[in-house]
Design a protein around this ligand. Structure first.
Ligand code: GLY
Length: 321
């Protein structure tokens, strides 16, 4: 499948499950003082989660342009060095606003990945929040564990800490425990030597998170306290470029058709070759990634400048140069 077909498959699947398909919000955020750029698909729905306004549709799915380079989810310095982080990426997501919760979110994610998209079940690992002993005193997500254990063997279910399995939009805002889905695309002989479970969340380029299912049930207040929300919601985010890597059977996001046309153009303009020398490869990946982020930011209304959000774009541009 090419990247357009993959995107369509995702949206079609959730349309069949009675989701309204929404357009991506702009990547540049102008009306939320807690954010400069969209850092997750759920940003445009924040007010629905908090109960400040009511969505006409209780189920929504979309693909959202994200730029998580400022604030909590900041990956800028990693980009280009490895093969699976980006400044700008697309996040495929499905949402329930006070409608379905963990049972359906988990069952549908599994159905889409394994039944519809035919990802081999044995290559998938899932994680569940183990609880926390800090000031928030959160309990283990036993409900998610029991739902997963009905479909995934227990050796492929991993308990995760707050850093990996409690998702927060930022210092304030909607949040909750999450279950991540990781895929192991290593060759069979490597899989036989080292079990994939031990490589989940260990920065292995071929054992990567592809989808995060967040069960939103709290609001993190400005004073740092968690306040339970009146209704429970689902907020999922799947890395589109990583999904393309898996489905196109390559081992780098940059080898998918999302990036190969850009890389080809960079090779032509700079008279260099991708895939020969590591330093050059990193440089080409940085340029390929950053040019996309800068172009989409400008198109969405943010020019590079020397303050605020504009300065973030200028830093990305500078890093590419
Ligand atoms: N909001 C879910 C995620 O970004 O992972």
């Amino acid at each position: 499948m090419n990247y357009k077909e993959i995107r369509t498959q995702f949206l079609k699947f959730f349309e069949e499950k009675n989701h309204k398909i929404f357009p991506s919000a702009p990547m540049v955020v102008k009306d939320d003082p807690t954010l400069m750029f969209t850092n997750a698909g759920m940003n445009q729905f924040k007010e629905f989660f908090l109960g400040n306004s009511v969505s006409k549709n209780k189920r929504i799915a979309d693909t959202q342009k994200c730029l998580p380079v400022s604030g909590k989810h900041n990956d800028l310095e990693e980009v280009g060095k490895d093969t699976y982080h980006h400044t700008m990426f697309e996040m495929l997501g499905n949402w329930s606003f006070g409608d379905y919760f963990k049972k359906e979110a988990i069952a549908w994610a599994w159905e889409l990945l394994t039944d519809r998209l035919k990802i081999v079940k044995d290559s998938l690992y899932v994680s569940v929040f183990e609880g926390s002993k800090d000031a928030d005193k959160l309990v283990m997500d036993k409900e998610a564990y029991s739902l997963w254990s009905a479909i995934v063997p227990e050796e492929r279910i991993i308990l995760g800490n707050k850093k990996d399995n409690f998702w927060e939009m930022g210092d304030q805002g909607p949040c909750g425990p999450c279950s991540e889905i990781h895929v192991d695309i290593r060759p069979a002989e490597e899989k036989a030597k080292i079990p994939g479970a031990s490589l989940v969340n260990q920065d292995h380029p071929l054992v990567v998170e592809i989808w995060n299912l967040v069960f939103i049930q709290y609001n993190r207040k400005a004073d740092g306290k968690l306040e339970p929300l009146p209704e429970k919601h689902v907020d999922t985010g799947m890395g589109f470029e990583r999904l393309c890597m898996v489905l196109q059977n390559v081992q780098s996001n940059y080898d998918t058709d999302v990036f190969t046309p850009i890389i080809l153009e960079i090779e032509t303009i700079t008279n260099s070759k991708y895939g020969v020398k590591e330093d050059t490869d990193i440089a080409i990946r940085v340029i390929a990634d950053h040019i996309r982020a800068v172009a989409f930011s400008i198109a969405d209304g943010q020019l590079p400048s020397n303050t605020g959000a504009g300065y973030v774009i200028r830093r990305i541009l500078r890093r590419a140069i």
